[in-house]
Design a protein around this ligand. Structure first.
Ligand SMILES: Nc1ncnc2c1ncn2[C@@H]1O[C@H](COP(=O)(O)OP(=O)(O)O)[C@@H](O)[C@H]1O
Ligand SMILES: [Mg+2]
Length: 276
């Protein structure tokens, strides 16, 4: 496959030496990663980056740190073109357990989010558009308790897309969805990142194939070994576990999953995971 022409510009999200311990137990150690605005000639190209790691490794903890909801034990997170220290609300965050207001209908839940960004008439229009795109129009008048898990998840993604300012963080966005719905969420993510040059979707997931298919950058969380071969506590991103999928020619191709180069890369990653 041929690599598309691209260039990098300003930073959008920077993780500087993030470490996190709970009660003295290291969970994350010295994590560094930077998302840059990626540009392609004559088009709007947002960013999709993936953080991959096994269950229990600390992905949700890293998400909460990136969203500014908890402070790391050390290190900093900077967001946006101004590279400000992150505060709660700056980053749209779809948590694994996605809160909706139980006493409001789905439509009104989304409207609350949209009104943080748009005027009343425009907000209603955007809500209708997102409901349509996410296949939720027929459920607009339902209360959250009456929605299925997958419907709630789609609603939560729509909600954050409606109110966030370019940067949105998805914690395990594909878990609990059937195949058709995963395709729909993938389509929506691609659509979001072609709407605005600065739109950035951070996917944190243990679904390697789906995350790799969407991302232009991929970081693997794993454990390193010391000189004696013992595992060092605290997950980190090793130098060799930072992948530029755009450079490898694996980004921005429809149906990339069907390509032999994609399958080879996924196998390579699996080997790396087994080794760590
Ligand atoms: N508030 C907390 N206090 C203590 N331990 C925590 C806390 N939050 C998460 N952990 C621990 O951090 C580890 C990583 O959890 P998590 O980030 O949820 O993993 P993942 O999302 O990769 O599956 C787990 O061992 C979990 O028990
Ligand atoms: Mg998690």
């Amino acid at each position: 496959m041929t690599a598309h022409t691209y260039a990098y510009k300003d930073p959008i999200l920077t993780l500087n030496n993030i470490s996190m311990s709970f009660q003295g137990e290291p969970i994350l150690r010295d994590i560094n990663a930077q998302v840059l605005d990626v540009t392609r000639p004559n088009m709007k190209q947002g960013q999709v980056v993936g953080f991959y790691g096994r269950s229990g490794i600390g992905k949700s903890v890293l998400c909460r740190i990136m969203a500014g909801l908890i402070r790391p034990s050390s290190g900093t997170v900077e967001v946006g073109q101004a590279q400000q220290a992150v505060l709660p609300g700056m980053v749209g965050f779809v948590q694994q357990r996605y809160p909706l207001f139980d006493h409001r209908t789905l439509f009104d839940n989304l409207l609350v989010a949209a009104q943080r960004k748009y005027g009343p008439a425009e907000a209603r229009q955007h809500v209708s558009t997102y409901l349509e795109r996410f296949g939720l129009t027929t459920h607009a008048r339902k209360y959250p308790a009456l929605l299925s898990g997958g419907q709630r998840q789609r609603a939560a993604i729509a909600q954050q897309l409606l109110c966030s300012d370019h940067l949105i963080l998805l914690d395990e966005p594909f878990s609990g969805l059937d195949v058709a719905m995963i395709d729909e969420v993938k389509r929506i993510i691609v659509e979001v990142t072609t709407m605005d040059e600065l739109n950035t979707v951070v996917i944190v997931s243990h679904d390697l194939v789906t995350t790799t298919a969407l991302a232009d950058r991929l970081w693997l969380l794993g454990y390193e070994r010391d000189a004696a071969g013992a595992l060092v506590p605290g997950a980190t991103i090793s130098a060799q576990h930072q992948y530029n999928l755009a450079e490898m020619g694996l980004a921005w191709h429809q149906n990339v999953e069907a390509e032999p180069e994609f399958a080879q890369f996924v196998e390579h990653i699996k080997d790396e995971i087994r080794r760590s």
